[in-house]
Write a protein that binds this ligand. Structure first.
Ligand code: DAH
Length: 340
């Protein structure tokens, strides 16, 4: 009987090793290990063995079974791999080819700079406010101390929709809108990032551009607060060596008003082509909020003061990255955008 078992072992292993497919292998498995399989038949005959023989033959039978199982498992693995290889070949997939790279998007330089500005002021405790891009004459001009026929209206070429409605020319109207909502609550500390529109179009002007407005109103806010805030801002944005210069200026909604320059980012103040050999670059307009603007917004100008400022995000982006034509910011040319 032992001999019989060893023969079955040898035959089964040989047959399995040469099986050409998983189906064939399964047939062989049934032939030997199935209910009516050869090994099964032999084992059934074990009952007829004597008590001395049974344990020894039983052990041989177990060895044979294990040996056949082992070959079965090994051949199954090989045949499965072959089958996969075959399918890949038929379907024409070469898994060793490099994959198709997934293009990752990036942030637009204007978004990067706008968010940097916002992050800075959020850190100083400002909140973000917004208002409509289609604005009324009242908020865009009147409430900001620019009555009809005021010559300062000519500072901004405007897209009117009708007599009373226009595309806002600056983010300053959101100063009034926000104060109206908050009065008499103090302090008011907001920044207003947003798009604005002017009838302007050349290498440094676009009919649509972005501003960030700032407004701080409280008891005892002074011009030094404005200077300290913007000086810190300039150093944060353009590097710790940056100097600021406040030049007297005029805006109808601030008194006094100042234009703020930073030391030239290219030459550090020595004078070069970028700063027209002055050593300075203008970055924003600012001033102390005009009492009239506080009053129309619901604040008592005898009791509170405030400062405000407004900057162009395109201009700051151009200075920060040394971009000399504003229009590349709107062309959506990936060769330009991928540099950020
Ligand atoms: N609104 C002005 C503009 O668009 C910029 C500006 C100047 C805003 C002075 C201010 C300010 O808040 O105080 O040209």
């Amino acid at each position: 009987m032992e001999e019989k078992l060893r023969i079955i072992e040898k035959d089964a292993r040989q047959a399995m090793a040469s099986a050409g497919s998983l189906e064939e292998l399964n047939e062989i498995r049934l032939k030997y290990l199935g209910k009516k399989g050869e090994l099964t038949q032999v084992l059934r005959g074990m009952g007829a063995l004597s008590a001395e023989e049974r344990p020894r033959i039983g052990q041989v039978a177990n060895e044979v079974r294990a040996s056949i199982d082992q070959e079965l498992a090994a051949r199954t693995t090989v045949l499965k791999e072959l089958a996969i290889g075959q399918r890949l070949k038929e379907e024409g997939i070469d898994v060793t080819l490099p994959g198709v790279p997934v293009l990752r998007g990036g942030r637009h330089p204007l978004s990067i700079v706008s968010e940097e500005i916002q992050t800075f002021f959020l850190g100083l405790g400002y909140s973000i406010a917004d208002g409509p891009e289609i604005e009324t004459d009242y908020y865009n001009f009147e409430a900001l101390n620019l009555p009809k026929d005021h010559p300062a209206r000519d500072m901004q070429d405007t897209f009117f929709i009708n007599n009373q409605t226009l595309l806002r020319t600056h983010t300053s109207p959101v100063q009034v809108r926000t104060m109206e909502k908050m009065a008499p609550e103090l302090p008011v500390k907001i920044i207003v990032p947003g798009k604005v529109y002017r009838r302007d179009d050349d290498a440094t002007h676009s009919p649509m551009f972005s501003q960030v407005e700032g407004l701080a109103v409280d008891r005892r806010i002074t011009f030094s607060d404005l200077k300290g805030t913007l000086d810190l801002f300039a150093r944060e944005m353009f590097g710790p060596k940056t100097k600021t210069r406040f030049r007297p200026s005029y805006f109808p909604f601030t008194e006094p008003s100042a234009e703020v320059d930073i030391s030239c980012v290219m030459c550090g103040g020595k004078g070069c082509r970028v700063c027209s050999h002055t050593g300075w670059l203008e970055i924003l307009g600012s001033g102390m909020v005009h009492p009239q603007v506080l009053e129309v917004s619901g604040y008592n100008s005898e009791q509170v003061t405030g400062f405000a400022f407004g900057m162009g995000v395109e201009r700051i982006t151009m200075l920060k990255y040394g971009i000399d034509d504003l229009r590349v910011l709107f062309d959506n040319d990936l060769r330009f955008l991928q540099q950020f």
